[in-house]
Design a protein around this ligand. Structure first.
Ligand code: ATP
Ligand SMILES: Cc1cn([C@H]2C[C@H](O)[C@@H](COP(=O)(O)O)O2)c(=O)[nH]c1=O
Length: 212
């Protein structure tokens, strides 16, 4: 795929209740206002098969889920999503706005579950080859506040039912990734009022849209 003609690949990341759904609507409205063609999608999910894997992953169950099994399911869903949705859209010159991607794997399976980052990197290389998001919008929030916000929106799924310490590790892993590559990550302070969060997002979107 020619790097010059392909659309931009933007992901939204963060812990639970940071405001991804709310701010995705802002991002897609921003793109619509500028007449930029895009698809909006999510992980795990984005195709019928990958959505079925999402249901399996998020469902609470009595059986302990082995972290490696969880990791492989996440990447199985990703392989399907890439081939059926993400790569065709990028090749057609569309932007792809994705609610979570592989940074979530480094944060949840790597940080939260404690799996080896090298193993994640190996799967990332196999499944994605050289594809990485052009820009990661990381909504950063203390998990105490995030979990309070998430609790108000419905019943907790298997991930949301984890303990606070798990989400502290998730946040630490996200922030470490952002610090290691500041050109590719935009850390958005999600603790402030929504209009201020969206001001930060609009600023980053202007930069992305203006970057060839
Ligand atoms: N900056 C903000 N200040 C206060 N409340 C907010 C802010 N952003 C979002 N919220 C509220 O927090 C709750 C969670 O937001 P949202 O559903 O967008 O989060 P999320 O990260 O997508 O979580 P989930 O993945 O669980 O849906 C919603 O009630 C939303 O209105
Ligand atoms: C992509 C991805 C996701 N997860 C977890 C993180 C969340 O708890 C759920 C998705 O639900 P949400 O509506 O986006 O909050 O899945 C994960 O553990 N690893 C991943 O790679």
């Amino acid at each position: 795929m020619s790097e010059l003609s392909r659309g931009k690949f933007i992901t939204l990341e963060g812990g639970e209740g940071v405001g991804k759904s709310t701010n995705l609507r802002f991002v897609t409205q921003w793109l619509e206002n500028r007449g930029i063609e895009f698809i909006q999608t999510r992980e795990p999910g984005g195709t019928p098969l990958a959505e079925q894997l999402r249901t399996l992953l998020l469902q609470k169950r009595d059986e302990r889920v082995d972290p490696t099994a969880e990791l492989l399911m996440v990447f199985a869903a990703r392989a399907q999503h890439l081939s059926q949705q993400i790569l065709p859209a990028l090749a057609a010159g569309k932007w792809v706005v994705c609610d979570r991607f592989t940074d979530a794997t480094y944060a949840y399976q790597g940080g939260g579950r404690g799996l080896d980052r090298t193993l994640i990197a190996q799967l990332e290389n196999i499944v994605q080859k050289d594809l990485r998001p052009d820009r990661v919008l990381l909504l950063d929030l203390d998990p105490v506040i995030g979990l309070e916000r998430a609790a108000a929106t419905g019943e907790a799924d298997r991930f949301e039912s984890e303990q606070l310490d798990f989400f502290r590790k998730v946040r630490r892993a996200y922030r470490a990734r952002a610090e290691s590559d500041p050109d590719r990550y935009a850390v958005i302070d999600a603790s402030v009022a929504l209009p201020e969060v969206q001001q930060q997002l609009a600023h980053v979107l202007e930069i992305i849209a203006g970057t060839p």
